[in-house]
Structure formats: structure tokens, C-alpha cells
Design a protein around this ligand. Structure first.
Ligand SMILES: C[S@@+](CC[C@H](N)C(=O)[O-])C[C@H]1O[C@@H](n2cnc3c(N)ncnc32)[C@H](O)[C@@H]1O
Length: 252
């Protein structure tokens, strides 16, 4: 374990985004500790600016830690992300891919133009423009999918879904991106918990129901949905109440 105290101070900060860090008051999560000093400086500045601008909506330490294990543990070099918001997961994934020297390795798509400009500006600030392409569009747009595959120069090995939280839209994303995924690759979804169904503005059961129904409809044999036993972090071993779902593309 690297000896640095980077995010330890976060455990004392108030506010929803810092809640995760109560569990990390004496250890720096690996998603931060392995960064070099310049990368960590970027993350610290990103927290400062997004705190000031109230751009809060990033994924959790447990979710990012699983992504890090999958990406860095398998030398993955072609990733698509659906939903980047203010750029947190984009920067952390970009740093992972740069450590592995994988250029043109992440395409990230978001429907919000303001937020896409914001994320692009941070990608530039972090020196990650050789590694990441930011696209402003709906995540089910066929043209964007083609642009993504062209940029990555082959089928994605991993598609991360963290976007609308809506039942039908999530199923549309699963339909489109599963087809595009390399055989053996992963679809990784945030917000697959029952608790997170509440984020679905259409009230149709959100990512949770989309994940369950789609896996049954498509006869998916290789999937896992980890979501909490209760509704609070204290009750759980996996600390993110929003859960994580992973589907592996297989032909048997
Ligand atoms: C929870 S945030 C993503 C957080 C990000 N993955 C992170 O950890 O930093 C969800 C994002 O999905 C985007 N979104 C919502 N509907 C979408 C759609 N139909 N297509 C693409 N992006 C969408 C929103 O604009 C928002 O920025």
C-alpha cells in the first residue's frame, strides 16, 4: 500500500459526496493512492471546483474500485462509458488507461452539452486527450456507437452504463451495446439495486428491473448483481447502496 494521506481528509468533510470516505478514514483507497502527485493534484482540484459549482453526481469508491480491478487487472484497452457527468469516472479511468499506455482507449458519451464541455475541459487539463474521446449525444445513438468503435479501432471490451436510470432507456442501451461488445467482454452497470429504482423518472423500475428483465429475456447465463442487503452503507459489506451489475458476453 502506498504511504500517502491524500483522501484521508475527505472522511471529515460534510456533504453527500464525502459519505463514502467514513470507511476510509485511515486508508487511502487504491483508486487514489496509486496516482502520481500530478494526477492526485488534478483530482483534488476537480473536487474543489465541482464542490464550488455543486456538480455532484459521481460514482462511488466501491464502484470505481471494481472498475479498476477489471481494467487494470486485465490490461483492458477499449472502454466505452455511457454517462460522464462532471468527469470523475472519466478522469480516474483515463489515469488507469494512461498508466497502461493505452492510447485511444476510452470513449465517453453524455446527453448533456454543458456537462460534456466541462468534462472535456478536465480531460484537457489532465493531459488525457490522447486517451479519451468525449461525445455529446444520447447513449443509444447509433452514429455515436460507430464513432466510438472507430476511435477504439475495434469492438469495446467493456461498456459502463451510468446514465439515464430509466427502465426502457437502459434496456435500449443493453440491446445496442451488447451487440457491439467483444465476445467475452463486460457490460458494467451502476444503480442496479432495488433502492436505486427510485431514480427512474418514468417509474418503471429503473436499472434494477431493466437488468433483471433483460437478462431473463436474452437468456443471459453470465451475470452478477451485487446490491445491498439494507438501505444504508452501515448494513452492508459492499458499501454502495446503488449496487453494481456485471454481464459477460458469451456465446454459450
Ligand atoms: C450519474 S451521472 C454519471 C456519473 C459519472 N459516471 C461519474 O461517475 O462521474 C449520469 C449522467 O448520465 C447522463 N445521461 C442521462 N440521460 C442520458 C442519455 N439518454 N444519454 C446519455 N447520457 C445520459 C446525465 O447527463 C448525467 O451526466
Amino acid at each position: 500500500m502506498f504511504k500517502n494521506n491524500r483522501s484521508l481528509k475527505f472522511s471529515k468533510r460534510v456533504g453527500e459526496r464525502y459519505g463514502w470516505f467514513k470507511a476510509f478514514d485511515d486508508v487511502v483507497p487504491f483508486i487514489f493512492s496509486y496516482l502520481d502527485n500530478n494526477e492526485w493534484k488534478i483530482i483534488e482540484e476537480w473536487y474543489k471546483e465541482t464542490d464550488e459549482k455543486s456538480l455532484i453526481g459521481e460514482a462511488s469508491v466501491p464502484f470505481m474500485s471494481i472498475l479498476q480491478g477489471l481494467v487494470m487487472g486485465n490490461s483492458i484497452q477499449r472502454v466505452v462509458q455511457l454517462g460522464h457527468y462532471a468527469g470523475y469516472s472519466t478522469l480516474l479511468l483515463g489515469f488507469m488507461l494512461r498508466k497502461m499506455k493505452k492510447k485511444h482507449s476510452l470513449v465517453t458519451i453524455d446527453i448533456d452539452a454543458f456537462i460534456s464541455d466541462f468534462t472535456s475541459s478536465w480531460v484537457k487539463k489532465a493531459g488525457l486527450t490522447d486517451y479519451i474521446k468525449v461525445i455529446n449525444s444520447d447513449s443509444t445513438d447509433l452514429e455515436s456507437m460507430k464513432v466510438a468503435v472507430k476511435y477504439l479501432q475495434d469492438e469495446p471490451q467493456m461498456v459502463i452504463i451510468d446514465s439515464s436510470h430509466q427502465y426502457q432507456h437502459t434496456k435500449n442501451e443493453l440491446n445496442l451495446w451488447y451487440k457491439t461488445l467483444r465476445m467475452g467482454g463486460f457490460l458494467v452497470l451502476h444503480d442496479t439495486s432495488e433502492f436505486s429504482s427510485q431514480y427512474d423518472m418514468t417509474n418503471k423500475g429503473g436499472v434494477y428491473k431493466a437488468f433483471v428483465d433483460w437478462c431473463i429475456e436474452e437468456k443471459i447465463k453470465s451475470s452478477i448483481n451485487i446490491f445491498p442487503f439494507g438501505n444504508s452503507a452501515e448494513e452492508n459489506t459492499y458499501l454502495d447502496v446503488n449496487g453494481i451489475g456485471i454481464i459477460q458476453k458469451r456465446n454459450f
